[in-house]
Structure formats: C-alpha cells, structure tokens
Write a protein that binds this ligand. Sequence first.
Ligand SMILES: Nc1ncnc2c1ncn2[C@@H]1O[C@H](COP(=O)(O)OP(=O)(O)OP(=O)(O)O)[C@@H](O)[C@H]1O
Ligand SMILES: [Mg+2]
Length: 241
Amino acid sequence: MTKKPSRDHFMLKEQYKVESEVFDRETLKSLAKLIKKGIISSVDFPISTGKEANVFRATSQNGEHVVIKIYKIETTPFFRREEYLEGDPRFEKIKNNSKDVIIAFARKEYKNLQICESAGVHAPKPFYVEKNVLVMSLIGDKDLPYPTMNTQGPRNADDLEILLQDIKKMYKAGLVHADLSEYNIILGEILYLIDFGQGVVTKHPNAEKFLERDVRNILNYFAKFGYKKDFDETIKWIRLK
Ligand SMILES: Nc1ncnc2c1ncn2[C@@H]1O[C@H](COP(=O)(O)OP(=O)(O)OP(=O)(O)O)[C@@H](O)[C@H]1O
Ligand SMILES: [Mg+2]
C-alpha cells in the first residue's frame, strides 16, 4: 500500500518552492560567498518582496543586524537598461543580457550609496555587493526597519527641508536619485533615502529630467499635507552651486 503524503510533506514542498523561487542558484551562490567571506552569518527574515528585488534582514558576523537586497535575476524588465544604464559612463560596457544587467543594477546601487555616504546624504551605508546581492546598513531600531513615508505621511516642514538638502547634496556630488517618492523614503529620527538602483550621474543625458521629476514628486506629496514650496524656486536653489 502506498503511503498518503502527509500535510508536512506538502508544507515542506511549498517551503522548498518558496525558497527556490526566492533564492535561485545564482543568488544561493552569492549568499554562500557572503557567508564564506564573513560579511554575513545568517539571513533572518523578509522585509519586503517586490517585483524587482527582495529585501531581507540579515545578521553580520559580529552580530549586527544588516539588510540584504537581492535583485531578481529572472524578472527585471529589459527596458530599464536603456533608460538608466546607457548614458552612465560607469556602466556603458554592460552586455545586453538580463543577468549582467541585473548585476550592474546591484553594483550601481552600491556605488550610488557610496557617493551618498561621502556626500553626507542620509541613506543606508553600503557594506558589500556580491553579484546581485547588496549588503547595507539597516535603517531601523536594532531589530526592525523603520516604516516608509507612504505609510505615515510627512511629520513636519523640517522633513521637507532635510529631504531637499539631501537632494541638493546628491546633485552637488554628481548624482540624481531618479526614483524618488514617498515609497523610497524611510522615516527614522530623520528621513533616509533608499532604493538607489536607478540613480544616475549628472552627466547622464536624462539627469536633469529625472531631477525635476524627483523634486516634483516630493513637492506634490508634501503639498497634500499642507507643506508647500514653489517648484521653480526649489529647482533653482538645488542647481545653484
Ligand atoms: N537599508 C534598509 N533599511 C531598512 N529597510 C529597508 C532598507 N532597504 C530597503 N528597505 C525596505 O525594503 C523595501 C524595498 O526596498 P527598495 O525600495 O530598495 O526595493 P525596490 O527596488 O522598491 O523593490 P521593488 O521595486 O521590487 O518593490 C523598502 O520599501 C523598505 O521598506
Ligand atoms: Mg523602492
């Protein structure tokens, strides 16, 4: 008589499915490398599962909690390459196949975070990048991430000032975020910018257009809560040396 598969059997199968979908072979190899190199010691739990990336809390070897962002090898649409990688002298030689493009996005986010760190922009500290996996500091209390601004709304006019100052600092350092919205801002004791994969250098042919879009998004969002600033004046102030 054949044994009926138990509930546990199905659960294990489901778990395996989830794990193998989240961690494809390439990602598993990168995680193994990060562990071997002593960058992380464990992957703890998912913080966010999105279309283009999954974000997890992890623990470093010295017990500190960090964040790993895993760019999905399979699903990121191709068109993103043209708009955000081409025209960026740092990434002009990337081959047009999806794996290399994804790896370039992870490396790009890492480099953009390095620029933020040296420019004093409030953003996660980049620790390491291994293929499609980026390791960075956790913006949160010791254990859990702080919420993003879309879930709470802005708190006061100072939030807007600090944000605009960060946009200006970035621009001065030669960087435009290019995907700025309330979804990519974390509300800590201060505001933090995240999600820099699409960030472009100011030499990029569309950099000015992206800057204007970023600023418009932010000003429109804050205006809904009664914090208003003139767009033309703000842009002029950001571009002022
Ligand atoms: N360093 C960090 N510290 C705390 N939370 C983070 C950090 N980085 C990302 N997160 C959380 O993970 C979420 C997704 O991260 P991010 O915005 O970088 O990915 P994404 O590119 O938007 O992913 P997708 O577009 O696939 O949804 C964020 O909204 C935020 O809640
Ligand atoms: Mg995001």
